[in-house]
Design a protein around this ligand. Structure first.
Ligand code: ATP
Ligand code: MG
Length: 578
């Protein structure tokens, strides 16, 4: 490819709406152009990268025994009603009507469609196991599309679905996919951590995410891990052992009584006012789960993890209650307390979930739905809560200990590039997707599903490989392997050598761009660094001594070698791409 012909426009500045490195770099280097919020054009350079990621994914999925197919992007409502997800899936599901008023949606994922395919096609245990996958654009009307390709509304995903006759078969395929994923991300030049995670709206019992670790904003997930043993988990799922804490307030409060606690709206204010550790305070928080209020109780030095709470309630949507909703809840129960003084008292018709930290608490301090007052020396039995449910709803925090080996947990941030789920019969049962087993009985398929964000993976590779000058693509997914830069296109010898090299490399299957533009060398070098060609061969004045410059983008190393040597070296590098 000639640079003068390549469809790419690099920008002088980063776009003003770009917050993270990959968005900034990909936009400025001319890979992507925004069409509308969360929707991007993949320009030729980007498309080459995406196709390479796709090829790696295809090769490894095929090698792992999966078969590729392609399902429609638009799906009918009826199918989603069968699985029960039409109502359950939130606003991310883009719903629309056709000219006959039939209701459809844009595919955010394809469990329903694939389950219907299996229902029609897999009749006997003899046909299993099967793993079917596709690579396709998905649409999700994300609340906060941001970070460019990392969280778009339209994005490219690989989604695979496995069908087995039993759990043992699923377990085996799950391991098989985990190994394939490791190879895929390794080949893309990405170090990933496989972490335990919540199964979220897709449901199922076990799931893992593949995280690219990055301590920047681009990592939307907190990952807790132990460097002594293998434990690692997304914060929405992580558990820990707690350091010892004061849980019995006997020496502070010998009797149960109401105390005036004026203006103690926060835990800090309350523990300072009473001169007690915060571990003696029971914190009561109001959430709205699936439109209904829920009260969460937790030891006040700890925080609630919303996904865990949502799962404990069995809901699919959660948010913290607004002050207006809290006021309404109070009014409905004959109270008028402001936040800071809320408690489980008199809330019998509301679902109350207590964190495991609450179990041991005795003679503690708690709000009683009266502003400027708290009950001290209190115990949960005092409130006669009928349906009290205990669950682990606690957010793990730095300084807590590994649940497996007891060493301190570390925390970092991660970009989720892929995930694997054991779905079990979550879709096959409600959709009546069954096969006839060896014993002649009909049974629902045991399913797994396995996703990889193709476009997110490409962006994550930029997050992991860049410097202040631009992108440093891993060669396996770079749009081109090398750029040849003749410093002065009017210099005959320089152009002759550059063109000879260009042809030689091209004939050897090396993907090469020759920068034949009539620009200053500085401009060409800047663009080469920004675009992120893994190698640059510069043909400049030293050609008079028979030498070119061979630069490695990753390390910045420059070697002066003969054009023949440079070509050999480049061909060898490309031959060794995994
Ligand atoms: P997230 O928690 O980041 O929203 P998810 O749990 O919704 O991800 P899945 O539904 O399992 O993800 O989708 C599979 C893969 O698709 C993810 O691992 C991720 O790589 C990618 N993906 C999901 N949502 C987006 C998005 N909005 N933009 C780009 N890629 C996405
Ligand atoms: Mg999502």
């Amino acid at each position: 490819m000639k640079m003068s012909k390549l469809f790419v426009q690099t920008l002088r500045e980063f776009p003003s709406d770009a917050e993270v490195v990959s968005h900034k770099m990909l936009a400025r280097a001319g890979y992507i152009r925004k069409l509308t919020s969360g929707v991007y054009n993949f320009l030729p350079l980007m498309w080459r990268v995406l196709k390479k990621v796709e090829t790696i994914v295809r090769e490894e999925m095929d090698a792992a025994g999966a078969q590729e197919l392609l399902m429609p992007f638009v799906q009918p409502k009826e199918l989603w009603e069968e699985s029960g997800r039409w109502d359950a899936y939130g606003k991310e599901l883009m719903r629309l009507k056709d000219r006959h008023d039939r209701v459809m949606c844009l595919g955010p994922t394809h469990e329903e469609v694939i389950t219907a395919i299996a229902r029609d096609g897999l009749k006997s245990y003899k046909q299993m196991p099967v793993n079917l996958y596709q690579i396709q654009s998905k649409f999700r009307d994300e609340v906060r599309p941001r970070y460019g390709l990392l969280r778009g509304r339209e994005f490219i995903m690989k989604d695979a679905y496995s069908f087995d006759v039993d759990e043992a078969g699923l377990d085996k395929e799950y391991e098989n996919m985990a190994r394939a994923y490791k190879r895929i991300f390794d080949r893309c030049g990405l170090a990933t951590k496989m972490v335990q995670s919540d199964s979220g709206a897709i449901g199922g019992s076990v799931s893992h995410e593949f995280m690219v670790i990055t301590d920047t904003d681009a990592g939307e997930n907190d990952v807790f891990y132990c460097d002594n043993c293998d434990y690692s988990a997304n914060s929405n799922h992580a558990v820990s052992k707690l350091p010892e804490a004061v849980v019995d307030g006997k020496e502070y409060f010998t009797q149960t009584k109401v105390m005036d606690t004026p203006n103690t709206h926060s835990i800090e204010e309350l523990s300072a006012f009473l001169n007690i550790p915060s571990t003696l305070i029971l914190k009561s928080l109001v959430y709205i789960v699936d439109k209904k209020p829920v009260i969460a109780l937790i030891r006040a030095d700890k925080a609630v993890e919303e996904t865990k709470l949502m799962n404990a309630v069995g809901g699919i949507d959660i948010r913290i209650a607004s002050s207006a909703e809290i006021a309404e809840l109070m009014a409905n129960h004959g109270f008028d307390a402001v936040p800071g003084f809320i408690g489980p008292k008199g809330m019998d018709d509301i679902q109350i979930i207590a964190d495991e930290t609450v179990r041991d608490m005795k003679n503690f301090v708690v709000g009683i739905n009266e502003t400027d007052k708290h009950l001290v020396g209190a115990n949960l039995e005092d409130f006669g809560i009928k349906d009290l449910k205990y669950a682990d709803i606690r957010l793990v925090q730095r300084g807590e200990f590994c649940p497996e080996c007891g060493r301190p947990l570390l925390v970092t941030r991660g970009i989720e590039v892929g995930n694997i789920f054991k779905l079990g019969t979550k879709y096959s049962k409600p959709m009546n997707a069954v096969y006839t087993d060896v014993d002649g009985k009909t049974k629902p398929f045991v399913m797994g599903c396995y996703g990889i964000g193709i476009s997110r993976t490409a962006a994550a590779a930029v997050e992991a490989h860049y410097d202040e000058h631009g992108i440093k693509w891993p060669i396996s997914i770079a749009p081109y392997h090398v750029t040849i830069v003749p410093v002065n296109i009017l210099d005959e010898l320089q152009m002759k050598i550059a063109n000879e090299l260009y042809e030689k490399l091209q004939n050897a299957g090396v993907e090469v761009v020759i920068d034949d533009r009539d620009e200053r060398a500085g401009v060409k070098f800047k663009d080469a660094d920004l675009i992120g060609f893994p190698y640059r061969i510069t043909v400049g004045k030293t050609i008079n001594e028979g030498l070119v410059e061979f630069k490695t983008r990753e390390t910045g190393d420059i070697e002066k070698i003969t054009p023949e040597k440079a070509a050999e070296k480049m061909i060898e590098i490309v031959k060794n791409i995994k």
